[in-house]
Design a protein around this ligand. Sequence first.
Ligand code: HEC
Length: 221
Amino acid sequence: MRYIIPIFAILVITIVSILGFRGDYSKNTPIEVFPDMDRQAKFKAQTANSRFADGSADRLPVTGTVLRGTAIDSENVFSSQPKFHSDAYTTGKFPDGEWVKNVPVSAGLNMSTMRLGREKYGIHCSVCHGDYGNGLGVTAKFGLNPRNLADSSNAGSYLESAAAWTDGQFYNAISNGSASGIMLGLKDRLSPDERWAIVLYLRALQDYVGQATTASKGQGS
Ligand code: HEC
């Protein structure tokens, strides 16, 4: 009988010290009874990998295949009046080799296209080109030199030459990458509609950043 209280006390201390601190932050290595899927054999994105001939862990889609959900436009399949885009719409270039000057009207020149462009720009471009298109995305700190697409106050401004670029050329750069091949094309990840939406957003960004930086330059020195 006289052991009951000490045993009870020890039990309480043990249970509290085991269960009581669950969920607390700790710098110690956790004790893993069941490791779940915390650690698994995998290749991280954008890393080197000697297993493949091109030395990269990232793989391109198999030749002749398309991403699920992008091959068939179901509205067209079930419509009695299917709508097909012209080659100029899907390539940014007219059959005679002229670049498409402005984002085609059929891409939808409205606020929802602009929003789509902003969303897709944020996902696919800003890591490199920066939120403001000034070429200062995260990767710029790691030796990559993404083009300054908008900010004329930065070195290596691309604004003047970018203004001379037609929308078709921007569309083509998004689809097939930069001329030198340092930036890869994203046509496997972005539908033509999404690519035109990004071009539309990029134009707005150039206007906005261009005006903001010229205005602040005027006020400053
Ligand atoms: C992995 C980083 C990366 C991503 C993601 C990226 N770019 Fe680039 N981009 C670059 C680099 C680096 C250059 C400069 C390439 C060069 O000097 O050849 C470049 C160049 C460009 C150019 C100029 C092309 C040329 O031929 O001069 C345009 C336009 C452009 N990017 C737009 C975009 C848009 C729009 C997106 C998003 C859809 C995007 N980029 C996504 C890194 C990136």
